[in-house]
Ligand binder design. Structure first.
Ligand code: NAD
Length: 257
């Protein structure tokens, strides 16, 4: 992955959802370093504004306050990105929430629906807005950030695991549908990264959850956000040319499939 050329994404225009922090922000940095221009879409307006300033020296970065549960906001931001960049070459569906860490039946229906709405339907809504733009130019890369939880089903995170399993399936279906179109669709399944995603977990359970997650990783460490970003950069590049509908593991040996 480190062999990726420094200009591998030159002239490409990318959208990264949930790009204001964590894995999404690392992907945005990596794309800018590889020559792409990047639109960050996120719920959090103040984080977006701060990060946009830090990204400015790296290249062309713009932002839009977008809730990926809202198709009108997505349509507006997609039109803005297209107008500003003249096209969209790369979509990274990264925005995600963990939801509650409880028994499967203890989620409230509203909590369950929210996790599915953000992590799965949100990604689908973004594909729905952007795939036709890519198809018209017969060129594009869609990178979905799923999770090992979607392969294995983490106990006490059923909504999260189900949403990520759904995202893996969406990747496979869309990958097959677009296989001969020039638009490649792949997903990444990281194991735990030490990000703010765990902030939603009550403090008294947070350490316990992190220890439990780490105990399943043979390499016995968190994945670095830059490691996920490197894989996302390769998947967005022309070097990725014969993989679509595929699941790329990055879990320190946890999921060997
Ligand atoms: N951190 C991990 O252990 C881990 C492991 C595997 C997969 N992932 C996945 O990677 C992705 C990024 O995770 P992270 O660890 O960087 O999380 P994070 O919580 O640090 O960042 C998530 C970002 O998504 C944004 N977001 C949340 N809901 C949104 C919405 N409705 N619309 C738009 N933006 C929204 C947040 O504001 C935030 O900036 C998520 O999809 C997550 O499920 C994370």
């Amino acid at each position: 992955m480190s062999a990726l050329r420094g200009d591998a994404l030159a002239g490409r225009h990318a959208i990264v959802t949930g790009g204001a922090r964590g894995i999404g922000l690392a992907i945005a940095r990596r794309y800018l370093a590889a020559g792409a221009s990047v639109a960050l879409w996120d719920l959090d307006a103040s984080m977006l504004a701060n990060e946009l300033q830090t990204l400015a020296p790296l290249g062309t970065a713009i932002s839009a306050v977008v809730d990926v549960r809202d198709e009108e906001q997505i349509a507006g931001a997609a039109a803005q990105s297209q107008e500003r960049f003249g096209g969209i070459d790369i979509l990274v569906n990264n925005a995600g929430v963990l939801g509650p860490t409880v028994q499967a039946w203890e989620h409230t229906p509203a909590q369950w629906r929210n996790v599915l709405d953000v992590n799965l339907t949100g990604a689908w809504l973004c594909c729905r807005a952007v795939a036709p733009v890519m198809l018209a130019r017969r060129r594009g890369r869609i990178v979905n950030i799923a999770s090992v939880a979607g392969k294995e089903g983490n106990g006490f995170n059923a909504a999260y695991s189900a949403s990520k399993a759904g995202l893996i399936s969406l990747t496979k279906s869309l990958g097959k549908e677009l296989a001969s179109s020039g638009v490649l669709v792949n997903c990444i399944t990281p194991s735990a990264a030490d990000t703010e995603v765990f902030a939603a977990v009550p403090a008294e359970h947070r350490e316990q959850l992190r220890t439990a997650l780490l105990s399943r990783v043979p390499m016995a460490r968190f994945v670095e956000v830059d490691e996920v970003a490197a894989m996302a950069a390769w998947l967005a590049s022309d070097d990725c040319s014969f993989s679509t509908g595929a699941v790329f593991d990055i879990s320190g040996g946890r999921s060997t499939y």
